[in-house]
Design a protein around this ligand. Structure first.
Ligand SMILES: C[S@@+](CC[C@H](N)C(=O)[O-])C[C@H]1O[C@@H](n2cnc3c(N)ncnc32)[C@H](O)[C@@H]1O
Length: 277
């Protein structure tokens, strides 16, 4: 067995153990990025190999939490890919306005920026009081951060530019209060959002959603896990609902493809058809 194959085996054994002990299932994650992230964790851990770390990882929850942090990539920004939010505003919101109440699921919301951006957009479009956002992530630590809605003030310049490029109709500074080096988002935005832990690899669907967003999450998944997640979204979406996959993912050649039509192919926004083909 080569050194490379040995590392592959160590990863496989570790992931199996992690699943058995903690219920987190990373066995369906794409190998290349997982390898990179585990190697990075290992280099800062003090262990020489994953096999040597494994015994402690399976017994020490605090140590495992550091691994969890290392495996999940939690970077996000407000109005990330501004053109995507323009497409939501111009092409999806007109449909959403026809419903008395709208339910939205942000799957893999990281520290919450995407969900808060959506709350701002929907308020500006006159949907205040008529929507609820469910924002979920596998990582409970980032969910707590998301709940706080506090971001480094330094980021606000970039977020403001994104907001403006996305077609924001107000003044972005109205949505936060600057305190020392932080920006505290307006609590009124938080009122529309329920943050919760949810694992796309093992947990069940969310019912009756009008809109589901899952951007920059499935790039880390292997094909079989992607199919599981697509099936989960399909069950969770009402007919006529929208599925947003971000620029790095699409619905081509998926089991659910024929039940969806592309609304904006470039932004990977799909609409679920009313009748099955
Ligand atoms: C790069 S962030 C994307 C955040 C946001 N959607 C965006 O595009 O800015 C990816 C998020 O997916 C989450 N994630 C990874 N695996 C997951 C899983 N199995 N279930 C739910 N969330 C997961 C990570 O914890 C991370 O916060």
């Amino acid at each position: 067995m080569t050194a490379d194959e040995l590392i592959g085996l160590e990863i496989e054994l570790l992931l199996e153990g992690v699943f058995q002990v903690y219920g987190y299932d990373f066995r369906g994650y794409a190998e290349a990025s997982l390898r990179r992230r585990l190697a990075q964790w290992l280099s800062g851990s003090g262990y020489a190999t994953l096999s040597l770390a494994q015994s402690d990882l399976l017994r020490d929850r605090t140590l495992f939490d550091t691994l969890l942090r290392g495996i999940t990539v939690n970077v996000s920004e407000m109005f990330r890919d501004p053109g995507f939010f323009t497409a939501i505003r111009e092409q999806v919101v007109p449909y959403l306005k026809t419903y008395p109440f709208v339910k939205i699921w942000h799957a893999g919301c990281a520290t919450g920026e995407e969900a808060y951006s959506m709350a701002i957009l929907l308020q500006e479009e006159g949907l205040k009081g008529r929507f609820r956002i469910y924002a979920t992530d596998i990582n409970e630590e980032v969910i707590h951060k998301a709940e706080e809605g506090i971001y480094p003030l330094l980021n606000m310049q970039h977020f403001t530019r994104n907001y403006q490029h996305s077609g924001g109709t107000g003044s972005f500074s109205d949505y936060y209060t600057a305190r020392y080096n932080h920006a505290i988002l307006s609590p009124s935005l938080r009122e529309h959002i329920v943050f919760a832990a949810h694992n796309l690899a093992v947990d069940t669907d969310f019912g009756e959603m009008n809109l589901i967003l899952c951007r920059n999450v499935m790039i880390y998944f292997k094909q079989a896990l992607k199919e599981r997640v697509f099936a989960l979204f399909d069950t969770s979406l009402i007919p006529g609902g929208f599925l947003c996959l971000g620029t790095k993912e699409n619905l081509e050649f998926r089991h659910i493809s024929d039940r969806y039509e592309a609304l904006t192919p470039r932004m990977q926004i799909y609409r679920k058809r009313y009748a099955k083909k």
